[in-house]
Design a binder for this molecule. Sequence first.
Ligand code: MRU
Length: 361
Amino acid sequence: MKVNGIPYRSLWPTADGAVEIIDQRSLPYTFATRVLRSVDDMIDAICTMAVRGAPLIGVAGAYGLALAMRRDAGDPHLADAHRRLNASRPTAVNLRWALDRLHAVLAPLPPAQRADAAWLEAARIADEDVELNRAIGAHGAHLLATVHARTHRPVQVLTHCNAGWIATVDFGTALSAIYQAHDASIPVHVWVDETRPRSQGLLTAWELAAHGVPHTLIVDNAGGHLMQRGDVDLVLVGADRVSARGDVANKIGTYLKALAANDNGVPFYAAVPSPTIDWTIDNGLTGIPIEERAAGEVREVAGLDPQHRRATVRIAGDDTPVANPAFDVTPARLVTGIITERGLVAPGELGSLFPERRQAA
Ligand code: MRU
């Protein structure tokens, strides 16, 4: 997608063997990129959320392993880099999926061939991510067109967190549907949840503004009220891990939107590329690990001061006990449909859409 008229991916290899990322911690205030030269740089970028979003974390992990192989391609270093990258964020299964895929390619090779093979496989995963998101967008745009054909007014979508192009290599998942609908002249308006504590909604608003999609930023607690008023046609979110039976782990607060949607007869959809599905887990509520992040994210709020300089203000003292679960799980019974690269299905039908993956797990 474009930033100031220039096409970008959210991460790309550089000519001198490093990886460059869009540093998402600076957005939406400043557009900045950062060059990562080692597996430690990559782990730091993932942990601090300079790169974030499940599909992008997966690709970042793959490139992290490629960087590790440049330094030392021996078995112990391969195992150590795989383990450390995998531990950098626990909820998005895309990370484990990409690392396991790379490991399966690299382990049988002699160490001298591993760096080049890792680089190639990471690039393949990145390119595949773009194609998966393009396909998800086409299926999702069809859904939005169907809603518009029924209502004859701009489709009112509520989204939570950022499932846009910067959460992937390109196009996004939930926002890919919105971009494709908008580009096909289907009128869409997006209610953008702010998504405290990391305010990923600001990233969504930044993306939508750049693409010319009408949107309105709302506080996280506004969604239920808007649904009661009939101002939301559907909820559309991304996901960090989906269980085989269709339970959806996504950014903290998603479950509350699904509950409100269910109470108001508003359909709830998740846009999910297949690497986000964890076929080894059936019950997502007990099986999906939920990341607990630092208390400082809750105690502080970041923004700009009156002089437009980056500033962080403290809103709770060190003595205030804080919990900061970063994700929650929406049970499949609250999910109307899952939009994958192979089409839109009810959560219970995921297995029949991907029979080969279901059997392999
Ligand atoms: O903590 P984050 O910002 O990495 O969480 C991201 C989300 O929860 C997204 O909604 C999800 O990864 C979908 S990204 C296409």
